[in-house]
Write a protein of this length. Structure first.
Length: 240
């Protein structure tokens, strides 16, 4: 009898977690995580500390915002040039970006700017998302000491695709700092609003997992011997 009650309780919790109008969807502050957020709003809260992969991640709930901001730091065991080129090849996004199943370059604006397009799988019944992003790179120089990517949504550049929801807000930066010839510090911070009707808990689940999974995949790809680049490379990552 107790075992049957336990499984009924578990089934109820699962339904509440999955249904957009359930208790967990209605109030993102429910549970232990919510208690922490109420005490530490506007404060970075550590959610990942993967010492094996050298990746640490935080999130922050800010007053006036419905979704979390994210921040991540990682040590990439590849050169700054190789990590930067991995990011700049739009076709690579589907090889490491969380749940991305299609990616391509829309156009090259200059040797420091490009427009990229990608499609991201979102579990049913929520429609998949597509993202149009404008990526600007400030190349590395010895005086500056780092390379900086500024990435923002550019939702109006590509026509809407039937069956997909266009992500309206996608803003973050990525900083690469060389530590040695084959080691680079990566820092990332930003906010993503996936648009459409997604419950806050689902958005925040993505925010907690997508940056970590994406950087982990990027780290593996940058180090891979199969990760090659066209020459001359069309974008400038290091100043002369």
């Amino acid at each position: 009898m107790l075992q049957r009650q336990f499984w009924l309780w578990m089934a109820l919790v699962s339904v509440l977690m999955l249904h957009p109008t359930g208790a967990f969807a209605a109030n993102d502050d429910d549970g232990l995580d919510g208690l922490q957020e109420r005490v530490q709003r506007n404060t970075w809260i550590k959610i990942r500390d993967d010492r094996r992969a050298n990746i640490t991640a935080w999130y922050k709930i800010e007053d006036g915002k419905a979704v979390r901001s994210f921040k991540l730091e990682a040590i990439m065991d590849s050169s700054l040039e190789k990590v930067a080129k991995t990011i700049l090849v739009a076709d690579n996004l589907q090889r490491y970006f969380w749940e991305c199943y299609e990616s391509r370059q829309v156009k090259k604006i200059s040797n420091t700017d490009l427009i990229a397009y990608l499609k991201v799988n979102v579990p049913n019944p929520v429609p998949d998302r597509d993202i149009v992003m404008h990526l600007h790179v400030t190349p590395y120089s010895k005086k500056r000491g780092h390379l900086l990517f500024d990435i923002k949504a550019a939702p109006d550049i590509v026509p809407l695709v039937p069956g997909l929801v266009r992500v309206p807000e996608y803003t973050f930066w990525v900083k690469l700092t060389p530590l040695s010839a084959d080691e680079t510090k990566l820092e990332m911070e930003g906010t993503i609003n996936p648009g459409g009707n997604i419950p806050a808990w689902a958005i925040n689940f993505i925010m907690r997992n997508a940056p970590y999974a994406s950087v982990l995949g990027m780290r593996r790809l940058a180090k891979s011997s199969n990760n090659t680049f066209e020459e001359p490379f069309p974008y400038r990552v290091i100043e002369d």
